[in-house]
Design a protein around this ligand. Structure first.
Ligand SMILES: [Zn+2]
Length: 489
């Protein structure tokens, strides 16, 4: 059988319930809806982790974050073969395009792609000049010396063009890269004569939510309030809200969610252009297209915003839609699916032998009856950020813990490294508001047993939640780039 091309589209921080195949009241993602009508919707798909680095590492290796120790190491070790490397061994050409700095060579996630297009640069050079622009944006971080070295490295002329282009633009403009994704992806795909694997990563739904104004106006019901939020430092608002220092009002939270919905819709429109081009150029029938979010997003549930500090449903329930050779049209799969199985799915489609433990989502016999998600302990935020956001280190004390959760079709157990245990019946309590840990001992024991079984299966020590680990420092320019994305440590 001919090897299909594989297009893996990652929608960063996109919740399932903000996508129309999952929520008819949210008709904002027609392109995903069209793909769903022609392919298969996984109704209950879950991320392995609630933020980009571990979540993407799991998608690209088939493993769980703690198996790779990626939250402590902050880099995908060479010990774990990644999907692009495995597909290259099967004869595939491989390409990735991203605006998210976690998807860069610094963290190992893009190491094995033949071509990686960094959307944060106008011209593609090996030198990453984000440091230079961040030196301008964050003068207090003393990045200028490193920045000067960066300009001199590699091709100085190209580097100067990248630098000049960034001088003219703010760090976050209305389009966060979605439009600029299309052409490089098309150009690379059009060049291929053999089977190809392209990973296209959209960052529009990631905080901050500042969509083009015409898109915002379609979703917002209080424009003056939206203008206030669009003009604000949303990362500052987010962390002041989450720590309880200064909560957003209910009206502000409603409009916050509407701006997020506008971003999801704008992102879908950009994705639709790529999918239509694939169709018009006769490539879609030979291509396995997989659309998935790396993780979800909190929009006020449990007083959380952004995608940190929790494993509640908004953070781990993600859209997952596939279309392509061998996939039944209009199918909806209700059994549980976990995003690390995308690895085995792609390998199986390519005709490769699956490594032990890997499974394909297209193999109904390999469906999961429970899924596991993990969150590594965050650290106290950098002191400069505390100053900028008007916060104290102790405001973050309740959040400095790791979490593990196990979820069946109906129940969910979350265990924190601080000893806090939460147990929910999702059938009667989808909002996870009634902790049943004290009144359902048999259920608690059953769920704890599943988590213990998972730890044994993946070869982890049988401790409940891992203790916060010391982490290596990342280069200052990379840290600064991530802080611009709203990551605090
Ligand atoms: Zn992400």
């Amino acid at each position: 059988m001919k090897q299909p091309n594989i297009l893996l589209i990652i929608l960063d921080a996109t919740r399932a319930d903000y996508c129309s195949p999952y929520n008819p009241a949210q008709p904002s993602t027609p392109a995903l809806g069209e793909l769903a009508a022609e392919g298969c919707v996984f109704e209950n798909a879950f991320a392995c982790a609630p933020w980009t680095l571990p979540a993407m590492a799991s998608i690209l290796t088939g493993l769980y974050p703690s198996q790779m120790d990626i939250e402590a190491k902050r880099v995908l070790s060479q010990d774990y073969p990644s999907l692009p490397a495995a597909l290259r061994a099967e004869g595939y050409a491989t390409f990735a395009i991203s605006k998210n700095s976690w998807l860069s060579a610094s963290f190992g996630l893009t190491r094995d792609f033949d071509d990686f297009h960094k959307l944060w640069q106008v011209l593609q050079t090996d030198t990453d000049l984000t440091q230079v622009t961040l030196a301008q944006a964050y003068p207090e971080q003393n990045l200028l010396f490193g920045a000067a070295k960066g300009i001199a490295r590699g091709n100085p002329l190209k580097n100067a063009v990248n630098l000049a282009s960034r001088r003219l633009k703010p760090l976050r403009d209305a389009d966060y890269g979605a439009r600029r994704t299309l052409k490089p992806a098309q150009q690379w795909i059009a060049k291929q004569s053999g089977p190809w694997f392209a990973m296209v990563h959209y960052l529009e739904a990631h905080l901050e939510y500042k969509p083009p104004q015409e898109w915002a106006r379609r979703f917002v019901d209080d424009w003056p309030l939206a203008e206030k939020l669009l003009a604000a430092d949303q990362t500052r608002l987010c962390y002041r809200h989450v720590t309880g220092v200064e909560r957003l009002t209910d009206d502000e939270l409603r409009v916050w969610g509407q701006l997020y919905a506008a971003e999801v819709a704008y992102q879908d429109d950009a994705m639709g252009q790529l999918l239509r081009w694939l169709e018009h150029t006769g490539r879609s029938d030979d291509t396995l297209t997989i659309v998935v979010a790396d993780h979800g997003e909190s929009l006020g549930e449990h007083s959380l915003l952004n995608h940190l500090y929790g494993l509640y449903e908004p953070l781990i329930r993600v859209p997952l839609v596939m279309r392509g050779p061998g996939i039944e049209k209009g199918k909806r799969v209700s059994s549980l699916a976990q995003t690390n199985d995308i690895y085995g799915t792609a390998l199986a489609a390519a005709g490769a032998t699956l490594p032990p433990g890997a499974r394909s989502l297209l193999d109904a016999g390999a469906a999961r009856s429970w899924i596991v998600s993990e969150y590594g302990a965050p650290r106290v935020p950098h002191h400069e950020l505390l100053t900028r956001y008007g916060l104290r280190a102790e405001d973050f004390a309740p959040f400095l813990r790791s979490l593990q959760s196990v979820r069946t079709g109906q129940h969910k157990l979350i265990i924190g490294s601080d000893g806090v245990v939460e147990l929910y019946d999702l059938a009667s309590d989808p909002g996870e508001s009634v902790n049943r840990v004290g009144d359902a001992p048999e259920l608690l024991a059953r769920m704890q047993g599943l988590l213990a079984q998972w730890r044994a299966e993946v070869g982890l020590a049988s401790t409940e939640g891992s203790a916060p680990a010391a982490r290596p420092e990342v280069a200052p320019e990379v840290a600064a780039r991530l802080r611009a994305l709203g990551y605090l440590d």
